[in-house]
Design a protein around this ligand. Structure first.
Ligand SMILES: Cc1cc2nc3c(=O)[nH]c(=O)nc-3n(C[C@H](O)[C@H](O)[C@H](O)COP(=O)(O)O)c2cc1C
Length: 206
């Protein structure tokens, strides 16, 4: 029995891939709920669950977010001195990725219940633990989505405009947006990214 579970898990892990274009097919709410529940099963520092999740499962909410994030990204790219035509092309792709996904989950860090320290080093370690923990939660979410036959992507954009995300969605300022996870069914087979051989990544110390 344990073996069958390991095989099933390995299959799900291998099947996960980042999808960047989704079909319009809606994601069953039960899949979203199962994915969010799995996220909350992740390990966390002191068991404090330093995460919150924002769910955008309506078109108007996704449109609002796409527009606001697009405006901010345009401002940042223009500051970089990028060609306005290239900027508009990149913005259109990004906007479509947000608008075109049937469901979006925004994982947020929630640091309010973590231990507090008087020194910067331990404060930073506590913060890192929370980020690691949120990564685990996101991976649980991704794998569960795949196990249900759906796909997911990962956009880091909220890290570059957290205040815009917070203001647009009316989030409490203690919810710190870390990523944008679109969920749905792949519109086409994405290109798989190769992996380096294990032997180049693992060092055994005896
Ligand atoms: C923290 C993090 C941030 C990422 N940000 C983006 C992103 O902004 N846009 C994007 O297309 N993919 C993003 N990805 C997905 C990676 O590009 C992808 O996981 C990697 O290329 C490996 O491909 P795979 O997920 O299909 O195996 C991100 C992944 C992680 C873990």
């Amino acid at each position: 029995m344990a073996h069958a579970l390991a095989d099933a898990l390995a299959e799900v892990v291998r099947a996960r891939r980042s999808v960047r274009r989704f079909a319009a097919t809606p994601v069953p709410p039960a899949v979203v709920e199962a994915a969010l529940a799995a996220a909350c099963q992740a390990p966390s520092p002191h068991g404090r669950q330093p995460w919150r999740f924002v769910l955008l499962d309506t078109a108007p909410a996704r449109e609002r977010l796409a527009a606001a994030m697009g405006d901010e990204w345009r401002r940042q790219l223009m500051l970089d001195g990028d060609d306005p035509l290239v900027v508009e092309r990149r913005l259109a792709i990004s906007r479509e990725r947000i608008r075109g996904a049937p469901v979006i989950v925004i994982p947020c860090l929630y640091l309010e219940e973590l231990d507090r320290y008087p020194d910067a080093a331990r404060t930073a370690a506590e913060h890192t633990m929370a980020v690691q923990s949120l990564g685990c939660a996101i991976q649980n979410l991704l794998l569960t989505v795949v196990a249900h036959g759906c796909d997911a992507g990962w956009m880091c954009a909220p890290l570059f405009c957290p205040d815009v995300v917070t203001a647009t969605l009316g989030l409490d300022s203690t919810w710190l947006p870390q990523a944008l996870i679109p969920l749905g069914y792949a519109a086409a087979e994405p290109q798989r990214r190769p992996r380096r051989p294990l032997t180049t990544l693992v060092r055994r110390i005896v």
